[in-house]
Design a protein around this ligand. Structure first.
Ligand SMILES: Cc1cc2nc3c(=O)[nH]c(=O)nc-3n(C[C@H](O)[C@H](O)[C@H](O)COP(=O)(O)O)c2cc1C
Length: 165
């Protein structure tokens, strides 16, 4: 049974995974899961906000550009293989939900999906987005992370629900 929890109760576990094997950004209908390693959780405009960063080359970018809502899902320890599939294969070429055997459920508060297998999931609505601006980005960061100049789009999702198994 999944229950709604406070954001603060899941921040440490979520950021540990984000900085480790990754977590999943789920966008689109039918849903496409993509592994992410970068993002923030914070407070802006008196809202709880999660940002996710998506390079324009990703299939997920195309999906994010056509929707308002997304989910972010944290998988348990034994799902490293699935995280690797979702972080190396594109939804353009592969149905990753089928390949990973995920059981998708409709989100509770937004128009997206989460996988039953996740231990935590966030339901978010996009309230702002922008490309990273090379004019104001540290040149060392540009050289290290953007040799192709494929700057991320940063999506700001208002967190409308946080759920734990
Ligand atoms: C651990 C890990 C973290 C990743 N983090 C991100 C990220 O934050 N943003 C991003 O655009 N791609 C990230 N990627 C790459 C995408 O997950 C990968 O390119 C994926 O195949 C794109 O899927 P899609 O084409 O279905 O969107 C990451 C990959 C791994 C393995």
């Amino acid at each position: 049974m999944r229950k709604e929890v406070e954001l603060f109760d899941v921040i440490k576990e979520t950021l540990d995974k984000l900085d480790g094997e990754g977590i999943l950004l789920v966008a689109g209908d039918p849903p496409n899961p993509m592994t992410i390693g970068w993002g923030t959780i914070g407070h802006i405009w008196h809202k709880q906000i999660m940002t996710v960063l998506v390079r324009p080359v990703r299939h997920t970018f195309k999906l994010m550009e056509s929707i308002q809502d997304f989910s972010v899902c944290v998988l348990p320890e034994q799902y490293r293989k699935q995280l690797s599939i979702c972080g190396t294969k594109s939804g353009r070429d592969l149905n990753k939900v089928e390949a990973c055997n995920f059981n998708m459920e409709p989100c509770i508060k937004v128009q997206s999906f989460y996988m039953e297998e996740s231990v935590i999931h966030f339901e978010c609505r996009i309230v702002h987005k922008h490309f990273l601006d090379p004019a104001t980005l540290d040149p060392k960061t540009i050289n290290r992370y953007y040799p192709q100049r494929d700057f991320h789009m940063v999506y700001y999702g208002e967190i409308l629900g946080v759920y734990k198994k």
